[in-house]
Design a protein around this ligand. Structure first.
Ligand code: PGA
Length: 305
């Protein structure tokens, strides 16, 4: 009966090829030298040509030996990937995923988290919703595995992966005098009473940055602590505001007028962020991949939505 090369023989052969010595291969594999010699003799018999030449004290590979060394590395590579894939699947059977998201992300993050939790029912998920400033404090204290926000921090070393468009638009009450106007200059917008988010909000920072870049002063009428409070204030005729169009997800179309202002929409993206150099858990990595799949299924961000 014809014999086949065993996995063990390949393992020994790979060690000899790599270390250039029977003695060191024997040490690494916790085998005796006669065992190694015997296995290598069997291997050469099965292959039918010499694989190793002894030159003085040194071990050298023949041409066939070099090919076999390459084949062995490939086999072990395939096996390593298989073992890792099994470990990953096991790792996703249970575990925890802690997320922190800025408040505006609360219009879509629970839905995404829900889909993920449905796919991996053994994983315990948690989502803490704060404004940008508190999220950055959480990042510094390593409170979560992943952080979702509208702009990566500039002064902290992070890995930041964009995964979804985030257009910021100007909202007004439907009957607002500017509602039908085209190409409204920023200076004209600045004359309106403005409703801003609380200090520390990423949305507020984006609005302030835009006006500051144009050298236009923005006089806020009122600061409110949430997007929902701002929406109510707009409908009450108290002013206009900039907000992510995601925050309109549950509002019927036409409930607000989206003003056609110059420089808008501000095209931002949503980012998933984690501290640079941090090894993500299997679960966090799977959720990040899940978020990046959203981007792939959505396609590239258009310039104007
Ligand atoms: P915010 O953040 O909810 O704190 O305004 C939104 C963002 O960063 O885009």
């Amino acid at each position: 009966m014809r014999h086949h090369t065993t996995f063990r023989q390949l393992e020994i052969f790979e060690a000899i090829a790599r270390l250039g010595s029977f003695t060191r291969a024997a040490e690494e594999l916790y085998l005796t030298q006669p065992t190694i010699s015997m296995q290598m003799k069997k291997l050469a018999d099965i292959v039918g040509v010499p694989l190793i030449e002894q030159v003085g004290k040194k071990v050298q590979l023949t041409d066939a030996g070099r090919d076999l060394a390459q084949a062995s590395r490939e086999v072990f590579g395939v096996m390593d990937r298989f073992t890792m894939a099994v470990a990953e699947r096991q790792g996703l059977k249970k575990g925890r995923l802690a997320l922190m998201a800025v408040s505006t992300a609360s219009y879509f993050a629970p839905r995404l988290l829900g889909e993920f939790a449905h796919q991996y029912p053994g994983i315990e998920v948690s989502l803490k919703v704060t404004n940008r400033e508190q999220l950055l404090e959480g990042l510094a204290d390593r409170l979560a595995d992943l952080y979702i926000l509208g702009q990566p921090p500039e002064d902290v070393a992070v890995e930041a992966r964009p995964f979804m468009c985030n257009p910021l638009v100007v909202l007004a009450a439907p009957g607002h005098p500017l509602a039908g106007a085209e190409d409204i200059p920023l200076a004209r917008l600045a004359e309106e009473p403005w409703l801003l988010r609380e200090p520390g909000s990423g949305t507020r920072a984006a609005v302030e940055r835009l006006f500051a870049e144009e050298g236009i002063e923005l006089r806020p009428r009122m600061a409110l602590g949430s997007n929902e409070a701002i929406k109510q204030a707009i409908l009450a005729g108290l002013g206009i505001a900039v907000m992510s169009s995601h925050s309109l997800a549950l509002n019927p179309p036409g409930q607000f007028a989206v003003l056609k202002a110059r420089g808008f929409p501000i095209c931002r993206q949503w980012y998933a962020v984690y501290p640079a150099g941090r090894e993500l858990s299997v679960v966090a990595r799977a959720f990040l991949d899940f978020l990046l799949d959203q981007e792939r299924s959505q396609g590239a961000c258009p310039d104007t939505p």
